[in-house]
Structures are given as C-alpha cells and as structure tokens.
Design a protein around this ligand. Structure first.
Ligand SMILES: N[C@@H](CCC(=O)N[C@@H](CS)C(=O)NCC(=O)O)C(=O)O
Length: 199
C-alpha cells in the first residue's frame, strides 16, 4: 500500500497516525508529495491531487481521511480505531466527524490568509473562527476523554488541536480549555504523534 501525504497536512496526519497506531508501518509505504503542485506521481493515481490518498495493493484508490482511517482499521484483525459495540463505534465516528469539521474550519482560515491581501474575505475568516470557538466549547463540554484510549475520534481531536497550535497560534484556545490542553499534551507523547509532528 502507498499513502501519499505531506508533512503539514492535518488530514494526512490523521492517516499517518492511524498507520502507526495500527502497527501497519511495514505494509504502508509513505510517499511525500506537494499536492498543491499537482505532481504526476500523485495525479496519476489520485485525480483530485489531495492528501491523504491511499493506494491499496490491488490498485484501488481510497481518498478522504475519515474513509482512509476506516479502511486501515478494517485491514487489521482487531481494528482498534472504530471498535467495540455499535454505540461505542458510533460515538467514535461522531467525535471524529466533528473534529474533521474543526480541522476544515481551521484549514479554510489558513488558506484564506494565504490569498493576496485584496482578495481576502475577512467576514469568511471571522465566520470560521466563530465556528472554531463554538466547536472547542462544545467538545470541551461534551467529549468524554478516556485515559489510554486513542480511537478515530481521539486521533481527529489530537490532529485538530495540534493544527491550531501549529498554524493558528493567535487563537488562544488553551487558556479557556485547560482540560483539552492537558489531554493534547498527554497524547502528544505517543510515538504516533511524535513521528508525525508537522515540520
Ligand atoms: N476532506 C479531505 C481534505 C484533504 C485536503 O484538503 N488536503 C489538502 C492538504 S491539507 C490538500 O491536499 N490540498 C490540495 C488541494 O486542494 O489542491 C480529507 O479529509 O482528506
């Protein structure tokens, strides 16, 4: 299998963390690309030129980080990212989906900031930053963070919060959400998170 990624993508980071958490490092070859440059090695297999993109051994393409996590999980005998009773699996999926939205809002904010000044849409950025603030409050109030657990929802949350620290440091989320900050600091010591720190 090949996993196309770039080092700063919070989406690709989720897939890379999953590979390590699932012990699939030997089966997955990491291919570093710049998706914005639409390189031939990526677009010939992944037409959207986005990372992450997973190419299975039979040549099937899997896109979208959430789907890639589900597929990777299904490749291990005791999938641990979306396991357990239906209610537990649903809870992990629901947390992962909300965190994906948090990453989306953060990513949009970052991309908007890269436009030439006259083309930036400040109302759109403020809309995203309000969504980020509300999502963090919602997550802090409602997510049960279980010590030792690191399922698909936890991977999503860790990559989302770490991306805020990495790219949107002006959003001071740690002070109002010390529980989330402590949790991120704790899970950031996992080998999968250390190995995938954005460079
Ligand atoms: N919804 C997708 C988002 C993937 C995505 O937008 N990745 C960015 C990198 S962070 C990318 O490859 N962008 C290149 C482009 O849009 O041309 C996922 O969850 O995998």
């Amino acid at each position: 299998m090949q996993l196309f990624f770039n080092r700063t993508s919070p989406y690709a980071r989720q897939a890379r963390v999953a590979v390590i958490e699932l012990g699939l490092e030997q089966q997955v070859t990491l291919v570093e690309v710049d998706p914005w440059a639409e390189p031939a090695e990526l677009v010939t297999v992944a037409p959207l030129s986005k990372v992450p993109a997973l190419l299975l051994v039979d040549g099937e393409l899997v896109t979208e980080s959430g789907t890639i996590l589900q597929v990777l999980d299904s490749l291990t005998p005791n999938g641990q990212l979306l396991s357990g009773a239906p209610a537990q699996r649903r809870d992990a999926l629901a947390r992962a989906a909300l965190c994906q939205g948090l990453i989306d809002a953060s990513f949009i904010t970052v991309i908007e900031g890269r436009r030439p000044e006259p083309l930036r849409w400040s109302d759109w950025v403020m809309r995203q930053e309000r969504a980020i603030g509300r999502a963090l409050s919602f997550i802090d109030a409602s997510f049960k963070l279980v010590p030792g657990r690191f399922d698909a929802g936890d991977i999503g949350l860790a990559c989302a919060l770490a991306y805020l620290d990495f790219r949107l440091s002006h959003i001071a989320w740690r002070e109002p959400h010390p529980r989330l900050a402590r949790w991120l600091d704790d899970v950031s010591t996992r080998p999968s998170m250390i190995a995938t720190r954005p460079a």
